[in-house]
Design a protein around this ligand. Structure first.
Ligand code: ZN
Length: 464
């Protein structure tokens, strides 16, 4: 009966154990609330607030026709955290009498920072200035034992969880002005609860209007991180923080892309799909939803006919990033160019990624489906915790994505190499006609004097 949104995660091992037990798996996913989200409210929230439905992008601003917990629709509903500009993240380090924090509490903090703010800076092209703040630089002891709170996976609405939040506020309030922050991170001592390999407890309350209040404001957007994402592959130091950008993705309004089957819907192409293993970025759709792309960087291909579009690597700053083909008011195809750069460190087949976005499909149920250009190939990666089959999903020059029923063809043309003398310009050049090709600088992000020659890809899109 709760109206708040929430989401939790699933570990690779847990996933394998549950794969053949469908009922149990579904029970373990966060249950849907009765969605309070109002997609057309004008309250400040995440996303491209400058966009109006009447703009040339209007047909691409898909929205859900029914109430879903967390929708891929644009604009993002009210109640979530603003995803551009300076965002202040109150960070609390929590321990319990039966799980006392071990060693320096700041070591727990350093598992996630500065990596998390760097991840957001890179992914947002500098548009999200994420500032973690630690007003209490020590363990904050909860009044009850961890066992007594009865924290369980996927049960964030349980009375015990409310009690934890209430106690957290009571303990921190004398030293913390909750009204000064945009979101809350609760980093729990890693010795509390099970290993993340067995059960992922990490969870986020997002847009939670029924949250306990502190200093007059509800603790509506809060991420809780437990345990460590250690799969024994030796990458913990480099990749263990990635649970936090995933959880924070929810407070900005992003749904889970993994399903009961794991990463088979969206693969490693978005951190909301897979946050274990090698670093990855967000889909271009999510970057538009979060307000990290300017309108001229997104082409809305709503009309019929044939047109060519240029795409620059999604991980690099500047230039056109996304072509969207609406199918109806709630869904459409997204087309973008992915390379190994920026946060995308596991891309083994650079090329054009095509995926369907459906605003009516709820979090954890597969709101995004990546189309595999090479089905049953086994993929091109052996990187641990990276969904292998979809790793070579991209379309390369000469290949074509076809949806005959919808009358859509996306043909990948030969790439072109931009002028090298533009490599130092990372600017956000814009084109006045969002439907036409423009000579964008690729802005590699490697600074002045770079001789980067990342190719631009061109796609020819035909709509019947
Ligand atoms: Zn999640």
């Amino acid at each position: 009966m709760q109206a708040q949104s929430t989401s939790s995660r699933i570990s690779p091992r847990r996933l394998a154990a549950l794969a053949s037990v469908t009922a149990l798996t579904l029970a373990a996913l966060p249950s849907a609330g009765n969605g309070h989200l109002s997609p057309y409210t004008s309250a400040p929230g995440a996303g491209p607030s400058a966009l109006a439905p009447a703009s040339s992008h209007g047909p691409c601003m898909i929205s859900s026709a029914r109430e879903v917990q967390m929708s891929e629709g644009i604009p993002t509903g009210a109640g979530y955290v603003r995803s551009t500009g300076t965002v202040r993240a109150l960070t609390l380090l929590v321990d319990f009498s039966d799980a006392p924090g071990e060693g320096d509490a700041l070591d727990r903090y350093r598992e996630f920072f500065p990596q998390t703010q760097e991840w957001f800076r890179t992914s947002s092209y500098g548009r999200l200035d994420y500032r973690p703040e630690l007003p209490i630089p020590d363990w904050l002891r909860m009044p009850k034992s961890f066992r007594d709170y009865g924290i369980e996976r996927g049960a964030p609405f349980a009375p015990d969880y409310r009690e934890l939040v209430r106690d957290l506020v009571a303990e921190a309030d004398p030293k913390v002005d909750f009204g000064a922050y945009d979101l809350v991170n609760v980093l729990v001592t890693p010795n509390a609860g099970p290993s993340a390999l067995d059960t992922v407890l990490s969870v986020t309350f997002a847009g939670n209007t029924e949250a306990p209040t502190a200093d007059g404001v509800p603790v509506a957007n809060a991420s809780f991180v437990y345990s460590r994402q250690d799969d024994g592959s030796g990458s913990l130091d480099r990749t263990g923080y990635r649970v936090l950008p995933h959880e924070n993705g929810h407070v900005f309004g992003l749904p889970d892309l993994y399903t009961a089957e794991g990463g088979s819907a969206a693969g490693h192409w978005d951190i909301m799909s897979e946050d274990w293993g090698a670093n990855n970025d967000l889909l271009g759709w999510h970057k538009w939803k979060l307000g990290w792309l300017d309108a001229p960087q997104v082409h809305c291909a709503a009309g019929t006919g044939t047109r060519e579009y240029t795409l620059t690597p999604l991980a690099e700053s500047g230039g056109p990033k996304l072509v969207f083909l609406p199918l109806d008011t709630g869904s459409g195809y997204a087309v973008e160019f992915r390379t190994r750069a920026g946060n995308d460190e596991a891309v083994c087949r650079p090329g054009i990624l095509v995926y369907k976005v459906d605003a009516d499909v709820d979090t954890g149920m597969g709101p995004v489906t990546v189309y595999d250009s090479r089905r049953d190939s086994g993929g091109c990666t052996r990187s641990p915790n990276v969904h292998a089959e979809l790793s070579d999903a991209t379309f390369t020059p000469g290949e074509t994505f076809v949806d005959r029923k919808a009358g859509i063809r996306v043909e990948v043309l030969e790439p072109t190499t931009p002028n090298t003398n533009s490599a130092s310009d990372t600017g956000s050049d814009s084109a006045s006609d969002t439907g036409s090709d423009s000579a964008f600088d690729t802005g590699s992000g490697s600074g002045p004097g770079s001789d980067s020659k990342t190719p631009e890809y061109r796609v020819r899109i035909t709509r019947g």
